[in-house]
Design a binder for this molecule. Sequence first.
Ligand SMILES: Nc1nc2c(ncn2[C@@H]2O[C@H](COP(=O)(O)OP(=O)(O)OP(=O)(O)O)[C@@H](O)[C@H]2O)c(=O)[nH]1
Ligand SMILES: [Mg+2]
Length: 423
Amino acid sequence: MKILTFTGSTPAEAFKKAKMEIGEDSLLIETREIQKKALGKAALYEIVIGIEEDKIPANYFKAKKPLSQQKSLREESEDILYDISSAAKQISKISNVTTPQFEYPMPKQSQVYYEPKELNEIKTEINKLTDKVKIIQNMFWDEKSPDIEAQIPPEFAEIYRLAAQSGMNKEHLNGLMRVTLEHMPLKMRENSTTVKRYFQTILRKMVPIRMETTPNTGAKKVIMLVGPTGVGKTTSIAKLAARYSFLMQKKYKVGLVVLDTYRIGAVEQLMQYARMMKLGIETVVDPPEFSTALESLKYCDYILIDTMGSSPYDKKKIEKIYECLNANNTEYHVDVVLVMPSSIKYEDLKVTYDNFSSLGVDTLMFTKLDETMGFGNIFSLAYETRKPISYFSVGQEVPEDLVCASGDFLIECLLHGFNGSKV
Ligand SMILES: Nc1nc2c(ncn2[C@@H]2O[C@H](COP(=O)(O)OP(=O)(O)OP(=O)(O)O)[C@@H](O)[C@H]2O)c(=O)[nH]1
Ligand SMILES: [Mg+2]
């Protein structure tokens, strides 16, 4: 009788291997636990099988390399290291706990703890290999790495592609990847689903959000929307006015101020909304009138201020708004919301932000989410400027196409696109 040994992460797995390699005519002699299951390390079992020599399939020994052709364990390991992905895969495979395909009665566990010398050598080599893989993985994310994209580990490829396609700033994306790799538990890196979940959690933590709050009794909120032309400021003012005066649990008193007196059409547009919702409205031509307009709406809980759209490069118009804010001698703090379309690239958002930042931007509002595919630009601007996002506008309809900002909503859009039905 020939005595053979097989290993597996469960006795069932080892037994299955034995059956595949030498067939059914074998006898189970003993089962040993070689390595205990521990955090990040699967258990290892060895079974001892007895089989009549003539029952051993002819190809069983042929499959093994003759000793002369076998490389030492060290050489084999060096070869694998050149191919990082297969090395990582091998390690993942070894440490994976597989579910047994079938059950068989387990004999009483041996009291004698015996570990063959070769198995010890293999374990030592695996540990060395794991460490080398870790070092190489970390090297991938070195700042000096010439082409980071070409070296993304396979499990990270999907999430990297999604984030890169979203228009996220490259530096942010690579930084994020580095953080994910540094802090993500090794065990989670083996599979793209857990990588994605971990990445999503980090993204959510990185994006600043201003939760909507309502004014305390006696206090009021004064909100001014500023931004480039045609981005949806007036439409958003109408949506907010409707939200505060009709759509919330408490119905607030809302007043409107329009600073855009250059264009008759602009005033008329807001006047129409004011008439429809029966709201007070004041117009401001010169900066000193700004405080008067606020005072005359002091009975309101919310005062919403619409401004003239100005190209980010039109310093004069931005200055005019600044003069109004500067002339505010009321007790009310004006919350400045910079409105920008989500359909422009990160670099243009940044230029817009820089040019309006002299107004003391408090929060960001992004419009036209329904007209874009990528949302990484929004993420990057909020992350870069550390300015929280307060609202999203997701269509032309007043009042329904307005969403209070949330990290979950933005990250969902970023990774899977905007889905109007989920709003
Ligand atoms: N698709 C889409 N269109 C929008 C959205 N918000 C506003 N719009 C449309 O954008 C156009 C301009 O909207 P306005 O509200 O007039 O923009 P504005 O920023 O006040 O423009 P100016 O006053 O000229 O600077 C209108 O046709 C709106 O219906 C949105 O979220 N999605
Ligand atoms: Mg307007």
